[in-house]
Design a protein around this ligand. Structure first.
Ligand code: AMP
Length: 395
C-alpha cells in the first residue's frame, strides 16, 4: 500500500515524497491510521524500523496549521532529540508548522530564540525541558499530543521522575504515544498511568534485532583484540563502520590506534563537549570519517544511512544494548553486518545475548590471523552463514 492511501495531508505527503520514501514500513502502516484516529499507542518497535515517521507524519497531519505549542516529544539523549527534530522538520517542510529542540549541555541562547518565535512541536530531553519550564520559556497547558520515545532508555538513564513531572504538567485530555524497544515492569506501569486505552503496535518479535543484519562472533585472546579489529577492517568491504566500546577511555584508545593506522576516525562519548560531539556526528554523516568509535549512550539513535557494519569491540553488558547497537546498521530495509569481538571472559554475556535474541551467533575465525591460544578457540564450531561482505573465514 502506498503512502497516498493513508489519509495523510497533501503537504505531509509532499514531504514524504521529498524524503524519497515510496512505501510505508510495517510500523508506519499499523501506527499511522491509529494516530490519525486520535488513539493512544504503545509502539514496541526498534529504532531503525521507521518509527519516527510513524508518529511524525500523522502528528503533522493532525496539527495542520501553525498555532500554540501542541505537541511534545521526549527523547533520552541530545543526539536523538536533535535527530528526531530534524526528521520532523524535514517531513513538515511544506507545512507552516514550526519545530524546535531543547537539550542540555549547551547554552540557552539559540533555544530561547526558537521558543520565543512560537513553535507547534517541541522535541526535548527531560532535564532541560524542566529547566525551560521553570524559566517560563515553555508552557505545556495546550499540549494535545505527547510522545514518550525510547521510554526504556529514559528509564535506564534515571529520567523517570522527570518524565512523570512533565506528564503531570500536560493536560489530561491529550493523545499519548509511548515507544520502547522493551517493556519492563516500570514502563508497563507508566503506560497504565499515562495512557488511555492504548492500542499496541508490535513490529516483529519485540526482542529481535533487525532481520536484515548478519551477525558473527570473533573469539580472540584478550591482548589481540585491537589487532583483530584492525585485521577485520582490512578484510571488510565497508561503507562506514560504527565501533562500540564499553568505556570512554577504551573508545579513545581504540580511536587513537586506528588513526595511527591511517583511518579517518570520529569519537563520540559523553566526555566530549557538545561541539565536539556535533562535529563528530556531522563528519560521520557527511562521510568525512569512515569510522566512528562510540560508547552506548552516546551512540543511541545515531542514524547514518551508510553504516554498513557495526563492530562491537567489547561485548555489551546488557543484552538489550546488543540489539540497540546493531540496530544502527541494517536500518529500515538495508542490509548490514554486525561483528562482535569476544574474549573468554565474555562467555556469560554472549550466552545472555544469544538467549535474549533467541538465536545462536556463529563463531568465525579469520584465515591466516596469528591467533594466540585462548580456550575459546577450542570450543565446538558453529555453522557459518554468508554475509554481504564477511571476511573469509572457516572454523
Ligand atoms: P527510524 O526508525 O525512525 O530511526 O528510521 C530509520 C531510518 O529509516 C531513517 O533513516 C529513515 O529515514 C528511514 N525511513 C523511515 N521510513 C521510511 C520509509 N517508509 N521508506 C524508506 N526509508 C524510511
Amino acid at each position: 500500500m502506498p503512502f497516498s492511501k493513508l489519509d495523510l495531508s497533501p503537504k505531509v505527503l509532499e514531504g514524504v515524497a521529498a524524503a524519497g520514501y515510496t512505501d510505508p514500513t510495517p510500523i508506519q502502516l499499523r501506527a499511522i491510521p491509529l494516530v490519525l484516529a486520535g488513539r493512544d499507542l504503545i509502539g514496541s518497535a526498534q529504532t531503525g524500523t521507521g518509527k519516527t515517521a510513524a508518529f511524525a507524519l500523522p502528528i503533522l497531519t493532525r496539527l495542520d496549521r501553525h498555532g500554540p505549542l501542541r505537541t511534545l516529544v521526549l527523547e533520552p539523549t541530545r543526539e536523538l532529540a536533535a535527530q528526531v527534530e530534524t526528521a520532523i522538520r524535514d517531513y513538515g517542510r511544506f507545512t507552516d508548522l514550526r519545530t524546535a529542540v531543547v537539550f542540555g549541555g549547551t547554552g540557552y541562547g539559540r533555544q530561547d530564540e526558537a521558543l520565543k518565535k512560537g513553535v507547534d512541536i517541541l522535541v526535548a530531553t527531560p532535564g532541560r525541558l524542566l529547566d525551560q519550564m521553570q524559566r517560563g520559556m515553555v508552557k505545556l497547558d495546550k499540549i494535545e499530543i505527547l510522545v514518550l520515545d525510547e521510554a526504556d532508555r529514559m528509564l535506564d538513564m534515571g529520567f523517570m521522575p522527570d518524565v512523570r513531572r512533565i506528564v503531570e504538567r500536560c493536560p489530561k485530555d491529550r493523545q499519548t504515544m509511548l515507544f520502547s524497544a522493551t517493556i519492563p515492569p516500570e514502563i508497563d506501569q507508566l503506560c497504565k498511568w499515562a495512557l488511555r486505552n492504548p492500542e499496541t503496535v508490535e513490529v516483529g518479535v519485540r526482542r529481535s534485532p533487525a532481520e536484515t543484519v548478519t551477525h558473527a562472533l570473533y573469539p580472540v585472546a584478550s591482548d589481540q583484540k585491537q589487532e583483530l579489529l584492525e585485521e577485520l577492517l582490512k578484510r571488510t568491504d565497508y561503507d562506514q563502520v560504527l565501533i562500540f566500546c564499553r568505556t570512554k577511555h577504551g573508545a579513545d584508545r581504540v580511536a587513537h590506534k586506528l588513526q595511527g593506522q591511517g583511518h579517518s576516525v570520529a569519537v563520540l562519548h559523553s566526555n566530549r563537549t557538545q561541539r565536539e560531539r556535533e562535529q563528530a556526528l556531522n563528519g560521520f554523516r557527511n562521510g568525512r570519517y569512515e569510522v566512528m568509535v562510540a560508547t552506548d549512550i552516546a551512540a543511541r539513535g545515531i542514524d547514518v544511512e551508510q553504516i554498513s557494519h557495526v563492530i562491537n569491540f567489547d561485548v555489551p553488558h546488557h543484552p538489550e544494548d546488543y540489539v540497540h547497537r546493531i540496530g544502527r546498521t541494517g536500518r529500515a530495509l538495508a542490509a548490514g553486518d554486525a561483528f562482535t569481538i569476544m574474549i573468554a571472559e565474555d562467555i556469560p554475556e554472549v550466552n545472555a545475548i544469544e538467549h535474549f535474541i533467541g538465536q545462536k551467533i556463529p563463531r568465525v575465525k579469520l584465515d591466516d590471523f596469528p591467533y594466540k591460544y585462548t580456550r575459546l578457540l577450542q570450543a565446538a564450531p558453529a555453522p557459518v552463514f554468508g554475509g554481504r561482505s564477511r571476511p573469509k573465514s572457516r572454523w
